[in-house]
Design a protein around this ligand. Structure first.
Ligand SMILES: Cc1cc2nc3c(=O)[nH]c(=O)nc-3n(C[C@H](O)[C@H](O)[C@H](O)COP(=O)(O)O)c2cc1C
Length: 269
């Protein structure tokens, strides 16, 4: 396949999937100097309806793992991306517990959208519920992870460029169950605002679901719209939002063994 255009499609509330996807794309660009590279960030893209059609493209598609699956909102938004004569590299990023069926699910969503799947990968990112007192994969993806992501992009570009297969027909055996598991109900907690808040409104601008509003009483998160992604908690300049869940302590105690990136090749290897 002649690689003419690279798209980096992400849903990434706390930025770890974004970092991994960018490193993969950097690896592809290293192998195909001067290739056009376009970012499509679906994180705060509230338009779930109109189709985004990508032609003759290699698409790095990255999203986090929530409950062993993709966040339902990410699935809705990714369904807008449709590929013609295009191949995807699905990547899921998880908080060092497990990715379960998430990569399988991402592969299914992209195949349904017309993409071939040249390879897939799982990477580890700092858990959304990680706190200084309860670290869970803190600081990841780290330099070693990002080196592996770039190497993945380089090798994938070599294999895709060498392949004579019709891009949309490329297939990869990804891990996970098909049909995928059933998503469990979300936790009951939502982010809570403390008195450090100076109503800078950054949280409102970065919330993937527009769940945060400025009410008469100040900033508050809506229970039903909040997807517990912790984007607001991690990015508040004042540290004015907290998300207290028993999972922080539990996962910090249980998920201490470092898990490494895994790559699944569909063509050539
Ligand atoms: C609601 C929710 C559920 C999650 N479920 C899992 C999980 O099942 N396994 C896991 O290892 N990490 C899980 N995580 C952690 C995220 O996958 C991890 O922090 C990821 O790096 C976040 O990606 P982002 O930075 O692109 O938003 C969960 C996070 C949230 C907010």
């Amino acid at each position: 396949m002649d690689i003419k255009h690279v798209y980096v499609v992400i849903f990434s509330p706390t930025g770890t999937s974004r970092k991994v996807a960018q490193a993969v794309a950097a690896g592809i660009a290293h192998e195909v100097p001067g290739v056009a590279c376009t970012a499509i960030d679906l994180t705060t893209d509230y338009d779930c309806i109109s189709i985004i059609e990508l032609e003759d493209a290699v698409c790095v598609v990255a999203a986090p793992v929530y409950g062993g699956l993709l966040p339902p909102l990410a699935v809705d938004r990714l369904r807008r991306i449709v590929g013609t004569r295009s191949v995807a590299l699905p990547v899921v990023v998880y908080g060092n517990r497990d990715y379960e069926d998430a990569l399988m699910q991402l592969g299914i969503v992209l195949t349904n959208g017309g993409f071939g799947i040249a390879a897939g990968a799982t990477f580890v990112g700092e858990h959304s519920y990680s706190r200084p007192e309860y670290p869970i994969a803190a600081g990841r993806p780290d330099a070693a992870d990002l080196d592996k992501a770039e190497a993945f992009g380089r090798r994938a570009a070599q294999l895709i460029a060498a392949s004579t297969a019709e891009p949309s027909l490329m297939r990869t055996q990804l891990p996970g169950n098909n049909p995928v598991k059933t998503l469990l109900p979300p936790t009951h907690q939502i982010p809570v605002v403390n008195d450090k808040c100076n109503t800078c409104l950054k949280c409102i601008s970065i919330c993937p679901t527009a769940a945060i509003v400025l009410a008469d009483s100040g900033i508050r998160a809506d229970f039903f719209d909040c997807i517990k992604c912790c984007a607001c908690v991690k990015q508040c300049p004042q540290g004015a939002l907290t998300f207290d869940t028993p999972y922080s302590a539990m996962l910090s105690a249980k998920c201490t063994v470092r898990r490494e990136p895994e790559i699944f090749w569909g063509i050539g290897e």
